[in-house]
Structures are given as C-alpha cells and as structure tokens.
Design a protein around this ligand. Structure first.
Ligand SMILES: [Ca+2]
Ligand SMILES: [Ca+2]
Length: 227
C-alpha cells in the first residue's frame, strides 16, 4: 500500500513535470535568429562580442549573397529561416550573445539549440579559404564557459543540443563560440532558455522510467481496489 501510494505520487509529479516543461516560455529574444543574411552581422536582439559572426542560410554561406561554398551542403534548419555561423582559427575567435534578464537566482535553466557543421570551402580562391575542421558549440555565461555540445565533423545534418545552468544573477550574458581552436565554421539556430532542469518537450529517459514506475503503481492500486 505504501509503495502504491508513493508510486501514484511519483506518477502525478512526473506528469506535472512533463506538462510544465512542455509549455515553459523561452526568455531568449529572437532565439530563431531571424534576420537578413549578412557577412559580419548578427540578427536583431543579438550582439557581436568577438570577431565577425555571420547571419546565413543554405543559399548564402557566411552571409555572402549567393555563396554556396559549404564543405557539405546544409539541410534546412529545424528552426527555419536564417541562422548564425561562427568561425575559429587559432587565436581568431567569433562569439555572439545577448543579455538574459528576469532570471531567478538559484533557479536552474535549460539552454537548448541546434548545431551543424557545414564548413566553408573555397579551394580555388586566389588565397584558398577552408574551414573544414571538427568543433563544438561552446556556451558561455558572463564570458565564462559553462559547457559545450558534441564535437561535430562535417555533415548536412543539424543536431539538437542542450545543457543546464543555475542563475547567479537576475541578469546574465549568454554567448556562444566554438569550443576549441581547431579551424572550423559551425552553425547555430533555435536558441531557447527555459526555467527548469530538463530539456523542453523531450523528456529525459529518467523521467520516462519514473512515469512508467508510477503507472505500474497506479495499475496495481486499481487492481487491489477492484480485488
Ligand atoms: Ca532560424
Ligand atoms: Ca565571419
């Protein structure tokens, strides 16, 4: 009986977690990175912090009109529209970000994004330009790295990534760059920050396990009641 009551409570709390995270609103301004394609320019709501990040899409690599000189042609962004490209080459770093406001100190937040590595490949230029290395999207809070996504080699595909942080101030600067100095050019889109420690709309395996345990408990409780 104790077990089934506990399991029922767990099931209800798991259901509450699922519904509350699914509807949480992102506090990022223009997380879709919607804007005009631009070489050396970020969309509204975002600022260039280092180097020259670009606003691009599949027909305008590095924000240059008509350029399709990718290492691998990208698929459409899962977020839609334009996105931002970040290069790195040794000490040359590109970084962009925005100030998050209205954070609750001590509250956990999940930052999520889509990442792709389509590269930049102009082998026949007078001075060949090739950014074809593997790298990862690094996430910074107030200029300090809080972690990074997977290291991505050249691919047409986008990958959904996320990590969790705890706010230490009501207002903090969120920014993105590449994780190591290997010469590469990666793309990012669909940036969201929501309160809570789990990725929105995609329950963690542990949540499903908890939910399943709770549902078994409910079924047992019902059977006992009927019996
Ligand atoms: Ca977009
Ligand atoms: Ca650039």
């Amino acid at each position: 009986m104790q077990f089934t009551r506990l399991a029922s409570a767990l099931a209800l709390s798991a259901l509450f977690c699922l519904s509350s995270t699914a509807h949480a609103a992102s506090i990022v301004v223009n997380g879709s990175l919607t804007g005009s394609t631009a070489n050396m320019g970020t969309p509204d709501g975002w600022s260039i912090l280092e180097g020259t990040p670009d606003t691009l899409d599949g027909g305008n690599n590095v924000g240059v009109t008509g350029a399709t000189d990718f290492g691998v042609a990208p698929t459409a962004s899962p977020d839609g529209g334009t996105w931002v490209g970040l290069g790195i080459n040794g000490s040359y770093v590109e970084r962009f970000g925005q100030i998050l406001s209205g954070l609750s100190v001590g509250q956990t937040y999940t930052v999520s994004w889509f990442a792709g590595n389509f590269g930049l490949n102009r082998p026949d230029a007078a001075s060949p330009v090739q950014y074809l290395g593997s790298n990862a999207i690094d996430v910074m809070l107030d200029g300090v790295s809080i972690g990074h996504g997977s290291t991505l080699g050249l691919s047409s595909n986008w990958l959904s990534e996320s990590l969790v942080f705890t706010a230490t101030s009501a207002s903090q600067q969120l920014s993105f760059r590449l994780a190591d100095t290997t010469k590469a050019y990666l793309s990012i889109d669909g940036i969201a920050v929501v309160a809570g420690g789990t990725t929105p709309a995609v329950p963690e395996p542990g949540t499903w396990a908890l939910l399943g345990l709770g549902l078994i408990g409910l079924a047992l409780a019902k059977r006992r009641t009927l019996g």
